[in-house]
Design a protein around this ligand. Sequence first.
Ligand SMILES: Cc1cc2nc3c(=O)[nH]c(=O)nc-3n(C[C@H](O)[C@H](O)[C@H](O)COP(=O)(O)OP(=O)(O)OC[C@H]3O[C@@H](n4cnc5c(N)ncnc54)[C@H](O)[C@@H]3O)c2cc1C
Length: 379
Amino acid sequence: MANVNATSGKARRAEVAGGGFAGLTAAIALRQAGWDVRLHEKGPELRAFGAGIYLWYNGLRVLEGLGALDEVLEGSHTPPTYETWMHNKSVSKETFNGLPWRIMTRRHLHNALVNRAHAVGVEIRTGSEAVAAEADGKLTLQTGEVLEADLIVGADGVGSKVRDSLGFKQDRWISTDGIIRLIVPRMKKELGHGEWDNTIDMWNHWPRVQRILYSPCNKDELYLGLMAPAADPRGSAVPIDLEVWVEMFPFLEPCLIEAAKLKTARYDKYETTKLDSWTRGKVALVGDAAHAMCPALAQGAGCSMVNAFSLSQDLAENSSVEDALTAWEQRIRPITDRCQAISGDYAANRSLSKGNMFTPAALEAARYDPLRRVFSWPQ
Ligand SMILES: Cc1cc2nc3c(=O)[nH]c(=O)nc-3n(C[C@H](O)[C@H](O)[C@H](O)COP(=O)(O)OP(=O)(O)OC[C@H]3O[C@@H](n4cnc5c(N)ncnc54)[C@H](O)[C@@H]3O)c2cc1C
């Protein structure tokens, strides 16, 4: 049995650092495969950060594999089309040939994963910060406690201490554009006539670069992404500068008034991280710890979840953890690398503003089914 420790004869143990989408996915998948799993979250509670999120077929299939899909589908939304506007005129409407995709609040997705982690028996420690790992399977906590395990998963986000303690070679860079992400009430009636159930990616290049990604999450909640260059003090101001946003997007005024009331809003730039390797001995890095990417293709979490889920598959197929991790990275990483490259290029060149940019190559990661290990979906 691949999930039993050869020396102790007991179930193999995994220590997972980080309770975001990647860490929760890894923990649930390993637990479902028969591992004893403990997840460490440095925050005082498990909770989602950020506003809304797009999941594509790849992420939805992971949720199916985890047994969390039904809970996520309830209370999330698939828009009829993904529309792109330039200077308030529609330039494209895409339906991705029926490829499944979904928008939801981050809280909704996170809650479903936390509920599933509890249901399958993942042990969760909050207020538990990982500070270092060793390749032979040790995880050191901030308290000084050292835990030994068959597998350590570093899912502690873009600032990963697990990663940095192991000295991976890394390239990291930050974008020139950034975004303010908010959840506001839907207010369809107040917006008046329009196809307000669509995703609408509204771009303006002149007189200033400003973009709003309008994303309905469900019947009550709307996710707004307000993008502006970091060099623009008014576009990047938080709480949002109502005047500067209403001037460019007057038809969204009712929603923008609500957005301006949110005093805790943040302006975030996009970080990219590229490592020489995602593994070191018995340590695997998943999620933003391994491959933070620009959000142009909305695939950071999707790829994170696929990679975290796929890890449990390679571990089930190899009795050596080290061999499994090597096989896993070779098998799954190229999809993420290609997605990260296109997403970075699109973000740097603001390519999505042209419309019709969801080419087959751009949708490659989205089309991947980690359960059947093919790039297609039932039509
Ligand atoms: C503007 C923007 C929009 C995006 N939109 C999308 C989208 O629509 N679709 C999509 O798929 N992706 C999207 N992404 C990417 C996505 O948000 C990330 O890729 C994803 O959240 C990464 O998940 P994670 O679990 O790896 O990291 P995180 O979400 O950062 O989670 C890490 C967790 O670990 C905890 N932690 C940190 N350090 C420690 C430690 N030392 N010990 C223990 N715990 C620790 C943190 O508190 C946190 O809970 C977007 C990103 C950005 C910036």
